[in-house]
Design a protein around this ligand. Structure first.
Ligand SMILES: Cc1cc2nc3c(=O)[nH]c(=O)nc-3n(C[C@H](O)[C@H](O)[C@H](O)COP(=O)(O)OP(=O)(O)OC[C@H]3O[C@@H](n4cnc5c(N)ncnc54)[C@H](O)[C@@H]3O)c2cc1C
Length: 463
C-alpha cells in the first residue's frame, strides 16, 4: 500500500453531479478535492450512453457552472430546428474531459482517479483501487467524502433487461440499433421512458416505417414541452410557463386536473390523449417529435414484459406474437434510482440528492455552494431537505412545493442567493435582461397572485 493521500473532499463519481459539485467547491473555497470514478473518463453515464442520445434540455443550463457547454447555437434544420442546442453524448464527453483537464487539474487542488473503485476498508478508511493495476490507495479525508452514486441510475447499455430472453431471440440494448449488420423486418421497442422515446424517434427519422415498429408502453407518460424551456430570447416564455404552472396548481381540483389544465396551455404533452398518464419524469420533447411518435399505431399496453420467447412476448397481462425477424430493443432499465432519503449533509459525509424539480446540474452545484458557504450542518439541512426523484404526476407537483420551501429557506443566506442569481445553471438568472418584456411583468404579477394559493392548494391535493 502506498502512503495515504490527504484531501479535503473525496468526491465519489465524476458524473454530471460530482463535476458540478466540485466546480462549485473550487470556486467558493480553497479546498482540495480528490475525484474517483470506476469509469475511464469524467461524464458518468454519458460515457456509456446510446450513440444517438442528446440532452433533452438546452446545453445552456447543463454542465458545471463556470464553463459554458456548447455555443448556444439555434438548430437550423431537422427535428430540432428553432431550438437552442442540446449536446450529444460525444459533446458531453468532450466537455467533461475539457473541464477536468483544462479547469480542474490546473488549479493544483484536484486529483483524479479514473478507472478506480472507491470502497470503505475494514477500519473505516477510504480506499481507491485501480481497475487497471489493482494498486490500492488509502485516502484520508480532512473534511468530507461526497457520495454522488447514492442515486446512481441504470442504463440499458450497462444493465441487462428486467425480463427473461429465450435463447435465439434477438434482443439488444438501445444503443446497438446504431450498429446493426442485419436489418430486421420489425422492431419492438420496450419501455416508456426517455430512452424508448429517443429510440422510436431515431428509427423513424432514419427511414424505418412507423408500421415496422411495435411500441411496448406499460405506462403512459407526461412530457414537458421543450418550447417552454429555452434560454436567451426564450426566457420570458420559460418564466411565463412557471406562472402558468402556479395558476394551474392554485386552481386545480385534483392532480389530474392540474395536468389537464397544463396540457390545455401546451406545457405538458402526451403521446396518446386517450390514456391518463401515470408517469411524469420531467423529460422534454418537442411538438415535432410528438407528431413523429404518434405515427406509431401498434402500441402494446399489457403491463411489464416478463419474458420474450421465440414466438411470443409474455406480459403481466397477456402475450403478443413475435418471431425471428423481429428485433427487440431493450429500453427498460430502471433509470433514476429512488432509495430512501437520507440527510444531504452529515458530519462525516455529503450525499447528493435532488432538492426540487429542475435540470440535474443546478442542484448539485448549489449543494457545493452550500457546503462551502454555510458552516452549520443543521442549517445546511434546513435549507436543503432532499426529495426522491419524481416518477408519478403527483411527485412532480410535490417538487414544486419543495422548491417554494427551499427558496424561502435560502433567503437568509445572501451568498447563496447571489450565486443562484449569477449561475448559468439557473435558467432564471438570465431573466434580468428581459425585465421590460411584457410577459415578464405579467408573470411577476401572476406569481404574486397565485404563488401562496398554489402552495396551499397543493398541500390539499397531495394529501
Ligand atoms: C439518457 C439520459 C438522458 C438524460 N438527460 C438529461 C438532461 O437532458 N438534463 C438533465 O438535467 N438530466 C438528464 N438526465 C438525468 C441524469 O441522471 C443527469 O443529467 C446526470 O447525468 C446524472 O449524473 P450523476 O452524476 O448523478 O450520475 P452518473 O452519471 O450515473 O454518475 C455517477 C458516477 O459515479 C460513479 N460511481 C458510483 N459509485 C462508485 C464507486 N463506488 N466507485 C467509483 N465510482 C463510482 C459511477 O461510475 C458513475 O460514473 C438524463 C439521464 C439519462 C439516463
Amino acid at each position: 500500500m502506498r502512503e495515504p493521500l490527504e484531501t479535503d473532499y473525496l468526491v465519489v463519481g465524476t458524473g454530471a453531479a460530482g463535476m458540478a459539485f466540485t466546480d462549485a467547491l473550487l470556486s467558493q473555497s480553497d479546498a482540495t478535492v480528490t475525484l474517483v470514478d470506476r469509469r475511464h473518463a469524467p461524464g458518468g453515464h454519458w460515457i456509456d450512453a446510446y450513440p444517438f442520445v442528446r440532452l433533452h434540455q438546452p446545453s445552456a443550463f447543463y454542465g458545471v457552472s463556470s464553463v459554458p457547454l456548447g455555443r448556444d447555437a439555434v438548430g437550423q434544420s431537422g427535428i430540432n430546428a428553432g431550438f437552442h442546442e442540446m449536446a450529444s453524448a460525444d459533446e458531453l464527453r468532450a466537455y467533461y474531459a475539457h473541464v477536468m483537464d483544462q479547469h480542474f487539474l490546473p488549479t493544483g487542488r484536484v486529483r483524479h482517479f479514473p478507472c478506480s473503485d472507491h470502497s470503505i476498508g475494514p477500519d473505516g478508511q477510504h480506499v481507491i483501487t485501480s481497475r487497471l493495476t489493482g494498486a490500492v490507495q488509502e485516502v484520508r479525508v480532512r473534511r468530507k467524502p461526497v457520495d454522488t452514486g447514492y442515486l446512481e441510475g441504470r442504463i440499458p447499455a450497462t444493465s441487462p433487461p428486467p425480463f427473461e430472453v429465450a435463447e435465439g431471440v434477438r434482443c439488444v440494448p438501445a444503443g446497438d440499433i446504431a450498429r446493426l449488420t442485419e436489418w430486421p423486418e420489425r422492431y419492438v421497442v420496450i419501455g416508456t421512458g426517455k430512452t424508448a422515446l429517443d429510440t422510436c424517434i431515431w428509427l423513424l427519422s432514419h427511414g424505418v416505417s412507423a408500421s415496422a415498429i411495435q411500441w411496448v408502453r406499460p405506462r403512459e407518460a407526461w412530457w414537458l414541452n421543450r418550447r417552454f424551456y429555452q434560454p436567451g430570447e426564450g426566457l420570458p416564455d420559460f418564466f411565463a410557463g412557471v406562472g402558468l404552472q402556479l395558476k394551474a396548481m392554485a386552481q386545480g381540483t385534483s392532480v389530474d386536473d392540474v395536468f389537464a389544465r397544463l396540457e390545455a396551455e401546451g406545457l405538458f404533452l402526451r403521446v396518446d390523449t386517450g390514456v391518463v398518464p401515470t408517469m411524469s419524469r420531467g423529460a422534454m420533447i418537442s411538438e415535432a417529435e410528438l407528431a413523429l411518435l404518434r405515427q406509431i399505431e401498434d402500441v402494446v399496453r399489457l403491463g411489464h414484459v416478463r419474458r420474450i420467447e421465440r414466438d411470443r412476448i409474455v406480459f403481466d397481462g397477456g402475450s403478443v406474437p413475435t418471431g425471428p425477424e423481429t428485433l427487440h430493443v431493450h429500453c427498460a432499465a430502471v433509470g433514476l434510482a429512488r432509495p430512501a432519503l437520507r440527510p444531504v449533509f452529515e458530519p462525516d459525509r455529503v450525499t447528493l440528492q435532488p432538492l426540487f424539480w429542475g435540470f440535474a446540474c443546478y442542484p448539485a452545484a448549489l449543494l457545493g455552494v452550500i457546503e462551502a458557504t454555510i458552516a452549520d450542518t443543521a442549517e445546511k439541512n434546513r435549507v436543503c431537505p432532499p426529495i426522491r426523484y419524481w416518477d408519478e404526476p403527483r411527485d412532480y407537483l410535490s417538487t414544486y412545493l419543495a422548491r417554494m420551501a427551499h427558496d424561502r429557506a435560502c433567503a437568509s443566506h445572501p451568498a447563496v442567493v447571489a450565486w443562484t442569481k449569477s449561475s448559468r445553471l439557473n435558467p432564471m438568472s438570465g431573466l434580468g435582461a428581459h425585465r421590460d418584456h411584457p410577459l415578464v411583468a405579467q408573470t411577476s404579477a401572476d406569481l404574486k397572485q397565485y404563488g401562496a394559493v398554489a402552495a396551499e392548494n397543493l398541500v390539499k391535493l397531495l394529501q
